[in-house]
Design a protein around this ligand. Structure first.
Ligand SMILES: C[S@@+](CC[C@H](N)C(=O)[O-])C[C@H]1O[C@@H](n2cnc3c(N)ncnc32)[C@H](O)[C@@H]1O
Length: 270
């Protein structure tokens, strides 16, 4: 759908990638979107700087800015970032890690940051033959509600990739807090909770365990006790577009795969 997405987003925009990581997804859009500026935002600043430096060599004509920040509480961009035609990019289904209420607040913050738009909203080519559809907006990926068995298998995969990812949290806590979680004593649980419309990930104690950390702190866990480590909310096409509308976005366009398991939406700033 690259050309349809480019028509919706418009060329020569300021593309703001939220949680850019290695920037690979945004880079795939560059040939069709031809952004005038690329702003990569990630909490993991050093990794981001290296990724952007590599990308700048591949695309020397695109101005690039690297922002190391946590956007979960506020989303304030430096004044040097153009206020015109801000197109936010939030791929994957990272928005699913927020509860629906938090997601709504996050979408409201994005819409506020898109700001005032002085460009042509007609979606037509301007006098220079340059497509300028829709001013500012948001291009976002959503994981759709689907068969429970498919979601369960995705979050408790046969290769144990998600289990390693989840258990790594304990290793991280051990490193940060000098704690003594024994990874072998914990089991990964990942399943779809249909009532809450979310996949839940938990770590479950295989037996009675006592965990200690520096300064003498400790916590006892009984066999079967769980630590809820992550939620990933899933949406229907209708429920997510309704959330975008509630956040005040204007025209919404959506694209899905043939199974309708995933959705990409473009929403105009309103
Ligand atoms: C699942 S990765 C996605 C990376 C990339 N966008 C992709 O789709 O391949 C999520 C990224 O968001 C970043 N991230 C997560 N929470 C964040 C926050 N609150 N503020 C800034 N970056 C965040 C992580 O460091 C990570 O690089």
């Amino acid at each position: 759908y690259a050309s349809q997405i480019a028509t919706a987003v418009g060329r020569k925009a300021t593309l703001i990638d939220l949680g850019a990581g290695n920037c690979a997804k945004a880079a795939k859009l560059f040939p069709s979107l031809q952004p005038s500026e690329y702003v990569a935002v990630d909490i993991s600043e050093k990794f981001l700087q290296e990724a952007v430096a590599g990308l700048q060599q591949q695309f020397p004509h695109i101005a690039m800015t690297c922002l190391g920040m946590d956007f979960s509480n506020e989303l304030e961009l430096p004044v040097s970032i153009s206020r015109e035609r801000r197109q936010f990019f939030y791929p994957g289904s990272s928005i699913g890690n927020y509860t629906p209420l938090e997601a709504l607040k996050f979408l409201l913050r994005i819409r506020k940051t898109i700001g005032i738009d002085h460009s042509n909203h007609s979606g037509k080519d301007n006098d220079d033959g340059e497509h300028k559809s829709g001013g500012g907006g948001l291009l976002i990926g959503i994981d759709l509600i689907k068969d429970k068995a498919i979601l369960d298998a995705a979050y408790d995969d046969a290769l144990g990739v998600t289990a390693s990812f989840n258990l790594n949290l304990l290793q991280h806590i051990n490193r940060l807090l000098d704690a003594d979680f024994e990874l072998r004593e914990w089991r990964h649980r990942g399943f779809y909770n249909a009532q809450q419309h979310r996949v839940e990930m938990h770590l479950e104690a295989k037996r009675n365990v006592t965990v200690r950390w520096k300064n003498g702190g400790s916590r006892q866990f009984v066999a079967g006790e769980r630590i809820h480590t992550e939620s990933s909310y899933k949406y229907t096409q209708q429920s997510f577009t309704a959330l975008l509308q509630q956040a005040g976005f204007g025209k919404i366009q959506t694209w899905c795969d043939p199974h309708e398991w995933f959705m990409v939406c473009h929403a105009q700033g309103g």
